[in-house]
Design a protein around this ligand. Sequence first.
Ligand SMILES: [Ca+2]
Ligand SMILES: [Ca+2]
Ligand SMILES: [Ca+2]
Length: 213
Amino acid sequence: MIRFLTRFAAPLAVAALMAAAPAAQAGVMFSDNFNTDAGSSVLNFNAFGNWNVTGGSAKNPHTVDYLRSGGFGIDCVGNVGGCVDLDGSTGHAGLMTTKDAFALMAGTTYLFSVDLSGNQRNNNTDRVTFGFVGFAGQTVALQGDAFNTFVFTFTPDADVLAKLFIQNAGNDNIGAIFDNVSLVTASAVPEPGTLALLGLGLAALGLRRRRAA
Ligand SMILES: [Ca+2]
Ligand SMILES: [Ca+2]
Ligand SMILES: [Ca+2]
């Protein structure tokens, strides 16, 4: 019985450990489509489920507008639901940051994806910066009615806790239109735990081979 166990147990253990080891896979950490924040368009909106809008002072707040598709002649993605005019109606564009901070791991690549169109009202270019508060971001220039997806890729050097931000550089109350957003892990780097388990399994296999010899 013991002989049977030493002959078959080690390879079975390796197989079991490999099956049990969780593989790091691409996964969605956060997403929002702004379709349920309010039932109608609201100027200078600051009651988002997932975001805070800040900047300025109580007397002179920096703001964004919440839009239902079709409101003010502006379409959201897919011509349905809600979206955001990133330059509100107080003369200064607000800074949107997620209420949640996300735990980002060193060496893992994260994709922060946003759908943006131009302001859909005039031919002016609007510039929007988005990224991770306190770390890195990118600025894109927008014009016209069509939505495009923009992705900011970030691979932190150290484990960090970071919120997402997005802000229109503008103060004419006519901002770029912001819709679908997501934060996704990209790189399938084996987790240390996985490698340790695999190493343990291989060591067991080696031990079995030595005993057999
Ligand atoms: Ca939407
Ligand atoms: Ca506005
Ligand atoms: Ca503008």
